[in-house]
Design a protein around this ligand. Structure first.
Ligand code: PGA
Length: 247
């Protein structure tokens, strides 16, 4: 049985005071018998604040990106070891915003995932098609290329987490229907099973793209949807808590 992971991707939002309010509301609203894993991914300057406010609670914290390099003269970069030092359990890699605005290739994303697994941090590797690609019937081809690039570079799949995030559904209010999402999630799991059946069975595949309290339950009920990567709704404690309650 795979555990559900509800992960908040705060993107470039927040401040010390706003984070303090948001996190205290989330902590206060968590059910006593929490049955899923909960993660928040703030901008990196706030990781230490998360460690301070969330240490000893059920809420984990993680980052939104990592360097492909281990250390050295790479101004502005953060290594996997540094994020592990900040007690990040997970780090998002290959988000479509980074692929689009920073020209990240699938090979680069794969190197980032490899760096993270090397220090025991779980990469949440994002894959997903644009609207044009979906309408052109290219969804499976696109996500397969994105995933295979990562699988090709990993010797061990233990610790890998995937997020299917159709680009056309991110921040748009348009969600993939549960059936549409399930189809891609099932396809991704099959691709992993082609390399390692046991790893595929254990692999958590999150859905992301306008997940909200009113669609979370249906999406999370699908057999191959093991959680959510939530943007906008993760910035509102009530919405985030409602998604946790729906899991
Ligand atoms: P959204 O973002 O929930 O605001 O659509 C999801 C994401 O980009 O991870």
């Amino acid at each position: 049985m795979r555990r559900t992971l509800i992960a908040g991707n705060w993107k470039m939002n927040g401040s010390f005071s706003a984070n303090r309010s948001l996190l205290s509301e989330i902590k206060a609203g968590l059910p006593a018998n929490l049955e899923c894993d909960v993660l928040v991914c703030p901008p990196a300057p706030y990781l230490a604040q998360c460690a301070e406010l969330l240490g000893g609670t059920a809420v984990m914290w993680g980052a939104q990106d990592v360097s492909v390099h281990a250390q050295g003269a790479f101004t502005g970069e953060m290594s996997a070891a540094m994020l592990q030092d900040c007690a990040c359990k997970y780090v998002i890699v290959g988000h479509s915003e980074r692929r689009a605005y920073h020209a990240e290739s699938s090979e680069l994303v794969a190197q980032k995932a490899r760096q993270l697994l090397g220090v025991g941090v779980k990469p949440i590797v994002c894959v997903g098609e644009t609207l044009e690609q979906r309408e052109g019937g290219l969804t499976n081809q696109v996500v397969a290329e994105q995933l295979n690039a990562v699988l090709d570079q990993l010797d061990v799949l233990e610790g890998l987490v995937l997020a299917y995030e159709p680009v056309w559904a991110i921040g748009t209010g348009k969600t993939a229907t549960p059936a549409m999402a399930q189809e891609v999630h099932g396809f991704l799991r099959q691709l992993v099973a082609g390399r390692d059946v046991a790893a595929a069975e254990k692999l958590q595949i999150l859905y992301g793209g306008s997940m909200k309290p009113d669609n979370a339950r249906e999406l999370l009920a699908m057999p191959d949807i093991d959680g959510g990567l939530i943007g906008g709704a993760a910035l509102k404690s009530q919405d985030f808590l409602a998604i946790i309650a729906a899991s």
